[in-house]
Design a protein. Structure first.
Length: 252
């Protein structure tokens, strides 16, 4: 079984859209969003996968008396890996993205899903998005065409020792199909990114930097502030297409 996030209509969050970020931006993909995360980024745009009522995690969308928090029982749904694979393949996309939350909190289920997908369509592009705190088991890594790792910087509000796990980051950096995607809030974040890239021996060609933002206008403003620093560092720039096309909605 897999624990998934839900769409606004209550159905499991499995959907077809354009990939909004990173090296595959603009490509048609089928997405599955798993629920649960071991980090608590204060600007997370999928806080409905982890910020449960009473947990007390701060979020920049908190309002007085109205925390940006959610009801676990309403937001999470369990479905079988066979059902998830069937729904994903029915979307008819040339590639699939397993995202979250943090998918590798459900590593056994993700492996079962990947095996189910490969058994039904061996040639499909299979991609995983992860926050980089856990490395995939070898059997799962062998089934993945692309792993997009998004380590979280200090502006995320996480404790550094929680967000940056050296053993996991090194194991991911050593996988040839892994690339790294960082959220930057300001030009000064490029120094933190450059230090991590150097520490784990990641070639700049494997690094994308994208602006922090919860809306199209946020992305434009932050992008204008950081793009020169991204270019100077030799990293690729990632837009966030889904915010321009669809806004901050689920299932896009
Ligand atoms: S790691 Fe990703 S899903 Fe988890 S809190 Fe941070 S942005 Fe949200």
């Amino acid at each position: 079984m897999l624990r998934l996030a839900r769409l606004e209509n209550g159905e499991a969050e499995i959907f077809r859209s354009f990939q909004g970020e990173g090296p595959m931006a603009g490509r048609v993909r089928a997405f599955i969003r798993l629920s649960g995360c071991n980090l608590h980024c204060r600007w997370c745009d999928t806080a409905y996968t982890w910020n449960w009522y009473g947990a007390g995690f701060a979020h920049e969308r908190d309002a007085p008396g109205a925390p940006h928090a959610f009801d676990l029982a309403s937001e999470m749904v369990a479905i079988s890996t066979a059902q998830a694979a069937k729904q994903l393949l029915a979307l008819g996309a040339p590639g699939l993205v397993i995202t979250g939350g943090e998918p590798l909190l459900q590593a056994a289920g993700v492996l079962a899903l990947a095996e189910e997908i490969r058994a039904r369509d061996a040639g499909l592009q299979l991609e995983l998005e992860t926050n980089g705190t856990k490395a995939p088991q070898a059997a799962l890594a062998a089934l993945l065409d692309l792993i997009v790792v998004s380590p979280k910087l200090s502006h995320s509000g996480n404790l550094r020792e929680a967000a940056l796990v050296p053993q996991a980051l090194q194991a991911l950096a050593d996988l040839p199909q892994a690339v790294f995607k960082f959220v930057a809030a300001a030009p000064s974040d490029l120094g933190e990114i450059a230090a991590l890239v150097q520490m784990f021996g990641i070639a700049p060609a494997r690094v994308w930097v994208m602006p922090k933002g919860q809306s199209s206008s946020d992305v434009h403003a932050c992008g204008a502030a950081i793009h020169a620093s991204v270019l100077a560092a030799g990293f690729s720039y990632s837009d966030r297409l889904h915010l321009h096309l669809f806004g901050a909605a689920r299932g896009v």
